[in-house]
Design a binder for this molecule. Sequence first.
Ligand code: GTP
Length: 201
Amino acid sequence: MENLGNYKLVFLGDQAVGKTSIITCFMYGNFDTNYQATIGVDFLSKTMRYEDRTFRLQLWDTAGQERFQSIVPSYIRDSSVAVIVYDVADKQTFLNTSKWIQEVRAERGSHVIVVLVGNKTDLIHKRQVSIEEGDNKASEFGALFMETSAKAGFNIKPLFCKITSALQGNEAVSGTKQEDLVDVNLKASTKSSRAEHDQVE
Ligand code: GTP
């Protein structure tokens, strides 16, 4: 089977916007309403298969808490993708994404795919950031854009399909429909609290 490579994705954004939840939903298909702040940085990886090719996504989940911010830049440095998450029900988290995008661009220039993600769309009546505002900001910074709800499992797989397509940047995977993108490890293990957790192999 042809290996299309390893890609490092770093998840950035304010505290409690749902970075861990998006990753957990993608990895294990579940959602936890209890908030457990990420301490430092967590690592998970997942091998994906598209037809007869595989590629590995390395997911680096950073802590949004202020006290961990000094260690984050080192994770941005060699990433292929920066996923910058905000909470659509919390305007300040949206405003703060500019700082993250600028930091990523300053560090990686155009050698990085930036994805702006508005999470918690299930909080319909609490929404403070419109889809247009999100879309406009993404366009302004040359970023991809998607709204998600980790709670509802909305747009999570499409988000990773979009990222994968952008990474491949070619016909092979850019026409990928989410049904065609297969998780190699169908026996997803339960969530581990270990900081180092590699699900595949
Ligand atoms: P830090 O580790 O502090 O950076 O937080 P985080 O960005 O990883 O957020 P986390 O995934 O831990 O989620 C924070 C809280 O928001 C938890 O209580 C989640 O259950 C909740 N949450 C996450 N995603 C959603 C969502 O899509 N909708 C709703 N309603 N709540 C969500």
